[in-house]
Design a protein around this ligand. Sequence first.
Ligand code: HEM
Length: 560
Amino acid sequence: MSSEFSFLGQWFGIFTYLGHHVLLHVLALLVVYIFANEIVRSRRRIPGLKGPNGWPIIGNLREVRVDAAQKYRDWAETYGDVYQVQMGDIPVVVANSPAAVKALWITNSQALSSRPQTYTFHKVASGISGFTIGTSPYDESLKRRKKGAAMALNRPAIQSYIPYLDLETKDFVKDLFSYGKGGTAAIDPLPMVQRLAMSLACTINWGIRMRSHEDDLFKEIVEVEEEMNRFRSTQSNLQDYIPLLRLKPFNSQSAKARQMKARRARFMKQFDDELRDKIARGTNEPCIQASVITFKEDKLNETELNSISLSMISGGFETVSNTVGFSLGFLAQRPDIQERAFEEICKFQEVSPGNSPDPLCDAGDDQRCMYIVALAKEALRYFTIIPLVLPRESIRDINYEGVVIPKGTTFYMNAWACNYHRDLWHDPEVFRPERWLEQPDATLYTFGLGYRMCSAHMLAQRQLYLILMRTLSSFRLEPHGVVDCDPRTSKRDPSDLIMSARPYKILCIPGTARDWHAQSPMSTSRSLLLLHRTRGPVGRRMPRTLAVAFPPAPTQFILQ
Ligand code: HEM
């Protein structure tokens, strides 16, 4: 027995010795790795440009992990408007003021015409299936795709989409009305506006509508695109900057990215097949893909066509919907702004006193009600839903105030800091649409600037305008429970690429802020109950045209 114990003891001793030995080797390797990496990291810094030093291996990733745009804005006070940070060991130049952005994005527009490529999004989630336009580096193919997108998103093209815009915004108002049970049920409007934006993008690209936010296909696209946009976040994907994390077992992101890529490919193919089928039967609607498929001379290959489709879906859906998502929650708490908007719509429609405006407004009106234009711009400024725009990469050396920033450097435009900069506005923290009436030509940074500025900024502004016109002339919005849409404190996940508001619920009460203010100060539910008893389900307050357009809410919906 004792000899057995001594045998086991010997083996235990050997293992312990080996274990320590291996551990020591691993530790030694780690120290060498950190040391070597630190030398590389300091050599990669741009000489002459200030910036926080950061940590070994991770650089400044730890400090910007949560709300990067705000951190960059804070650092500008210490290091100036333009400074460098390091993501891992990769140097990034961050511009935080209107003057700095002008000097870099406008004066050096051509030099800043490329996009950096990242491991998670470009190599794993996109692979050879192609990138969106907004994530593509500068080359001949990008120029062809940008030309195609520009033709599909210029002013005359937008004019031809008015019937689509009309239909989708009408359906949106209808959704607010019917899911909101005539103003008696609290709703989260986000899925409804997501449907609107996605349906418009799908119609323009494939001539195919997305009819309901309850469709499985709709839910699938929302889930996949939200995840895909997370892979594009500049600070969430640590493996983009720390190659060691790409190895198993540290790497959890890649498997998810591959999954999303496969799911995305499935629904894209479904749309492509449906369109090809319609073209074969001659039943297709005019749309981008049909025009390119039918007229082969456009010379866009399969991957380029796919890239345009991906750009329409990924660019056109989360952006408009999240801006509206923030806006409706915010406006629900600001009856004063709703009331002013209503008055301006009445003035614009030349409605005589005491009467209501046409709640569905004219879809063909090209942003002539200036207060609503200003309101849409203020929402774009105040919520700045892509605070760091999309990263750029320089294709030439750039000289900035005597510092040579080498070709191949990544640049971030802090649109959040610029939109809130005191060189532009004395009261940037205040939501005040009037600022755009006072200074209509002031720069808005939300769509980026220069050669890679948002290809669809005109379409996006027109969508926002019509959504706000129709919503605010059809409903009075009221918060239900806690609604926090302050973009400084209540983003759903501040590390996302595209910001969204924390989920909330509102009441969309047919009628307008002015109607209800004119009423006695009784509580909304009591008013509704009285209206219900004396004037039918939603009462006289429901604008006539709206009542004709949509059936009234069934009686049982009231005060459920
Ligand atoms: C509120 C709505 C929107 C916002 C805030 C927004 C914002 C942006 C931003 C910040 C960029 C990068 C600009 C830069 O690097 O300077 C961008 C690029 C782009 N956006 Fe939008 N966007 C919106 C709506 C749309 C819509 C509706 C579409 C398509 C239907 C779209 C398509 C694109 C495309 C294709 C690009 C890539 C341009 C390029 O890289 O050359 N966007 N957008």
